[in-house]
Design a protein around this ligand. Structure first.
Ligand SMILES: NC(=O)c1ccc[n+]([C@@H]2O[C@H](COP(=O)([O-])OP(=O)(O)OC[C@H]3O[C@@H](n4cnc5c(N)ncnc54)[C@H](OP(=O)(O)O)[C@@H]3O)[C@@H](O)[C@H]2O)c1
Length: 261
């Protein structure tokens, strides 16, 4: 039995699913990769408390920074179930802005953070949050569809012209379309998960590596536990995130760019 089989068996067990949704540690318990579970930004990964993590002089790109994980994450509450936390978040998302990807790069004193998504108004809200935590980090907001090669090329051209080479790229924009069984799904919508989660990552990786040249850089892709599980109504999302994992492995171990990690 493979690790994936084990994960699947654990996920389809009704008692496990119940724990998954009621227990704040449910997700970690189901897919435990580390010996310790943390729900807060602890000192070793907090750039405001661990100076070695500061990103001074670094140009960073975060895709999908208008909402969600790119900008704001659910806070952990000792007493809340995942359902309670989601309900709290739905009522007042602005109260939960302690673990944002884009805002953390401002806290880490990056030289510049380029934030992109298709909706400019949401990016403006992210930019405002970033300015509040560190007005010295420059923010460039770009309206970009990551599935468009023209948009992604222009994004890197604009970043280069204004700040120099992007050295950290967080490919976070993602899509989890309709929760339908494959036979009932809309073909275009099903494929759109691949467009965003695979082609989007491919284009970001391609222009990131091209622009790095001989320089070193770090590419981060936001994957999902769904990439390791089999959920009948998530065939597009799960399999596209799995394909994205594989692409990242190819980049990590292959010879596409010796300077990228
Ligand atoms: N939320 C979770 O529980 C969870 C769990 C595991 C993994 N993830 C992964 O984490 C990432 C973020 O998830 P999330 O829940 O924060 O997502 P979200 O709330 O749906 O936000 C997605 C962000 O990506 C942008 N986006 C979507 N399609 C885009 C496109 N074609 N071009 C440019 N930007 C695009 C959206 O803005 P516009 O619509 O304005 O473009 C938005 O800013 C995704 O890759 C997701 O698969 C999420």
């Amino acid at each position: 039995m493979t690790d994936c089989d084990n994960l699947l068996r654990r996920f389809v067990d009704p008692e496990t699913q119940q724990r998954f949704f009621q227990d704040p540690d449910g997700v970690a318990g189901l897919y435990q990769f580390t010996s310790k579970t943390s729900h807060h930004v602890y000192v070793a990964i907090d750039p405001t408390k661990t100076p070695e993590l500061e990103q001074r002089g670094v140009v960073v790109l975060v895709t999908g920074a208008g909402r969600g994980i790119g900008r704001v994450s659910l806070p952990y509450r000792e007493t809340s179930s995942m359902i309670d936390m989601a309900k709290e978040y739905a009522v007042d998302a602005s109260a939960h802005n302690e673990q944002e990807v884009a805002v953390y790069f401002a806290k880490a004193k990056a030289k510049a953070v380029i934030i992109c998504a298709r909706t400019l108004s949401w990016l403006e809200e992210t930019g405002t949050e970033m300015y509040k935590v560190n007005p010295e980090t420059e923010v460039l907001m770009q309206q970009v569809d990551v599935t468009s090669e023209k948009d992604v090329k222009s994004l890197f051209d604009a970043a280069n012209d204004r700040y120099g080479t992007v050295r950290v790229a967080v490919s976070n924009a993602g899509r989890n379309g309709e929760p339908k069984l494959l036979a009932d799904s809309d073909t275009e919508s099903w494929w759109n998960d691949y467009e965003t989660n695979v082609k989007g990552l491919y284009l970001i990786a391609k222009y990131f590596i091209k622009n790095l040249g001989e320089k070193t850089g770090t590419l981060v892709n936001m994957s999902s536990t769904n990439s390791l599980s089999v959920i009948p109504t998530q065939s597009a999302y799960g399999s596209s995130k799995n394909a994205a994992n594989r692409l990242i492995e190819q980049l990590h171990w292959g010879k596409f760019s010796p300077s990228t990690r």
